[in-house]
Design a protein around this ligand. Sequence first.
Ligand SMILES: C[S@@+](CC[C@H](N)C(=O)[O-])C[C@H]1O[C@@H](n2cnc3c(N)ncnc32)[C@H](O)[C@@H]1O
Length: 261
Amino acid sequence: MEQQEIMQYLYEVFDASLPRLGPGDTASTIKAINMLLPTGHPYRAAENAVDIKILDIGCGNGAQTIQLAKHLQGTITALDNHRPFLTELMRRAKAEGVGDRIRPYEKDMHDPGLTPDSFQIIWAEGSLYSIDFNNGLTVCRDLLAPEGLMAVTELCWLKEGAPEECLRFFAEEYPAIKDVETNLANIKNAGYDITGYFTLPESAWLDNYYTPLEKRLALLEDTFRKDPRRMEFINKVYREIDIYRRHSEFYGYVFYLMQRR
Ligand SMILES: C[S@@+](CC[C@H](N)C(=O)[O-])C[C@H]1O[C@@H](n2cnc3c(N)ncnc32)[C@H](O)[C@@H]1O
């Protein structure tokens, strides 16, 4: 399939109306906020609000952006390169009463066009992989203020011994996947100190991500049953979900918390 065709089918499946666009959940976002910025951290003080600039990079339709706005001070730049996600993010943010603190910013992460050293906090849930995880770490480090804080989630091997079909799936779909230790080493090499990390629970994949996604796939299947190209894409997503349901003990999303050195 041509890249343009893949993107068309991808946006049909991963529609802005979904609750979220990658594994994650509110409890994990809040846990990461509290680990990265414990109560009493100066960035959480109301008197510093005007100075706190947060970047949510690859924000999608804003599941985590809204939690950042609710639990942290300051203003949030919500960066994504797909306008319908930003439109939906702002609709949801306004409905939750936090729209005035969020600036939607349609831009490519490869070249974010933002001032270096200017963000106190950067958040990246399930997004850095799309520009290569290590490259994403470097892009974000350049944007973080000295001693700025960052939280990212990334797909990782959780243990060895994954079955052959699982290894083959990732060799095709995400050959850059690493184990946790390798990612920790890469984060350090990119100029950060690690302040904590934890694995997202399986419910963060199933409840708000794969279960609604399966419902959408079923709807699209009804519409596109006679379109083999679209069905090929839809079946690939079904396969991804099936692999997770059967082999989730071997891989998962890890939240990495860090500070610019
Ligand atoms: C897996 S989704 C995660 C979205 C959101 N953080 C969440 O967890 O629901 C990845 C997001 O990164 C965005 N994205 C991918 N490549 C990008 C790029 N080069 N520049 C900006 N955004 C990008 C996608 O549009 C999508 O919204």
